[in-house]
Design a protein around this ligand. Structure first.
Ligand code: AMP
Ligand code: MG
Length: 495
């Protein structure tokens, strides 16, 4: 039980790496955070605090601030940084690892079903580790705000993701293109094990370490998979399924990750490592959110196939654990699983109770029309929720209104095949078509204010994005089209 008055008695198990038995230093290194100077709590996430069994008010206590700024003097934690490798932009990059993230330990949280769920509590931006290579181990305020808000926006959108407990800024300076403030996000995740964690040992010719990594993941997350013969096949099948589902969600909501390297792919299929991500404004399948991605490898429309490419890299690294037929069979599930989830999600966005075979035409012709007419993706679906009322608003989003009318005839016909009242359909659609997404310009507005010491926008956006399907009168201005200046924002890997 966590004592709600004393946050530093967090029941953090620091046995994380002990589970790798005698070979800890093969998998991770003991590290010590470099605390930030004069830390300030920019924002803390009350709803996640509650989920973790913490008193949200304790988040603003001085002892918590010190801890979340990397000062472990009052604790007995033994943080670790994990090693991993990965394919970056399709090329084997060799050893990477937690270059600026340190995991303090695991927090056991009762999940109300009599089971205990372990959450990794991690500080991102905590200073150099043995895997920092030539970088400083820090994270700047602007990128930390983006990670903090997007983690929670994705959770609000019901997409599997790592979470963010709080965001701290400081007087500590870091140098990027210019001098910036160093910040830390407390990332909370079911797991930080990546596809690249397995690739690391495979390419170092250490099959026993690949096996230990798989055993660790299974023991922590799937203790019910006791059967020696099936457990590794279960693992690859599970990762294939969850990755397909995650990317189906990304496509349905219009999210582009931006850096789908294998070191940024979670073994559990959670969205991880928010950098130069972007949400679609107008529907543009070729959308590239990462300024550094000149060839568009990670463009919006490429994400589903990159997911499979990455799973293929994971499967390759499990070749010493499983026969190739098993791996190939697992990979073959990816496309049907992706399609099934994507279609179900798109059908729900259109207010259809079920996806029917002919709906492919309905969906694809709509997307083609949206692309041609440069229609805002989120705004369109939100307005479609009110379709039964005079159609004007949604129709007006199209330059070619007659083409929209022609599509609407098909849509009305399709709706008539199900017996759902306009009202009920509208209510269901409002729960699946968000009013708010984290557009770049919104993050930028929060960043610009925060850099001047005003954290109100970060907190407003946190509140809005955690409940993106609801009305927020104080944030109505964020529910419309992005302003013209939004097009000048450029985000890249630099953070
Ligand atoms: P990312 O592109 O953020 O996924 O990072 C790729 C790799 O670079 C990971 O191993 C990161 O830990 C590492 N990295 C990124 N930024 C820094 C930094 N400022 N200091 C040290 N390592 C970093
Ligand atoms: Mg990364």
């Amino acid at each position: 039980m966590i004592d709600k008055r004393a946050p530093l008695t967090w029941d953090l198990q620091t046995t994380f790496f002990d589970r790798f038995k005698d070979q800890d230093d093969l998998y991770c290194s003991l590290v010590a955070p470099s605390p930030l100077h004069n830390p300030v709590m920019v924002s803390s996430n009350a709803s996640l605090a509650l989920e973790l069994g913490l008193n949200p008010e304790s988040m603003t206590e001085p002892a918590m601030l010190r801890l979340m700024a990397g000062d472990l003097a009052e604790t007995s934690f033994h943080p670790i940084a994990l090693v991993y490798s990965g394919h970056q932009f399709g090329v084997w990059a060799g050893q990477l690892g937690d270059g600026r993230a340190m995991t303090l330990g695991e927090l056991a949280v009762d999940d109300n079903n009599g089971r205990s769920q372990l959450w990794d509590i991690q500080l991102k931006g905590a200073g150099a580790t043995p895997y920092s290579r030539f970088a400083d181990g820090r994270a700047v305020l602007r990128s930390s705000i983006r990670e903090y808000l997007c983690s929670e926006a994705m959770h609000g959108l019901k997409i599997a993701t790592t979470r963010a407990l709080c965001l701290v800024t400081s007087d500590t300076s870091v140098y990027r293109e210019e001098v910036e403030s160093a910040a830390m996000v407390c990332r909370v995740a079911r797991s930080h094990i990546r596809f690249g964690s397995f690739e690391h040992f495979h390419y170092r010719n250490q099959p026993e370490a690949v096996k230990a990594m798989a055993d660790y993941v299974i023991a922590r997350h799937f203790p019910e998979w006791a059967d020696e013969d099936l457990r590794y096949a279960n693992l690859i099948n599970h990762t294939v399924t969850e990755t397909a589902k995650m990317i189906a969600h990304w496509q349905a909501v219009g999210f582009a990750h931006g850096v789908m390297n294998t070191d940024n792919m979670s073994i559990l299929g959670d969205t991880i490592d928010y950098g130069p991500f972007g949400f679609l404004d107008v529907y543009n399948p070729s959308f590239i959110c990462n300024h550094s991605d000149a060839n568009g490898r990670y463009s919006f429309k490429n994400q589903p196939s990159v997911g499979l490419w990455n799973l293929n890299a994971l499967a390759t690294s499990l070749m010493t654990l499983l026969p190739s037929e098993t791996l190939i069979a697992a990979l073959k599930h990816y496309e049907p699983t992706f399609l099934q989830h994507y279609r179900d999600l798109m059908a729900a966005k259109l207010g259809l109770l079920h996806y029917a075979d002919n709906d492919e035409t309905l969906i694809n012709s709509l997307l083609a029309l949206m692309e041609e007419n440069q229609v805002d993706y989120t705004l369109f679906f939100r307005q479609l929720c009110y379709f039964s009322e005079p159609r004007q608003a949604v129709r007006d989003l199209f330059v070619d209104r007659e083409a929209f009318d022609a599509w609407a005839v098909l849509y009305v016909e399709r709706l008539s095949q199900q017996s759902v009242s306009d009202n009920d359909r509208s209510e269901a659609m409002l729960k699946t078509n968000p009013k708010y997404i984290l557009r770049n310009y919104m993050a930028q507005a929060a960043i610009e204010k925060a850099e001047k010491g005003d954290y109100s926008e970060v907190n407003l956006l946190l509140d809005v994005l955690q409940n993106p399907f609801e009305e927020h009168p104080q944030a109505e201005h964020y529910a419309g089209l992005p302003p013209d200046w939004a097009e000048t924002i450029s985000v890249s890997c630099s953070s």
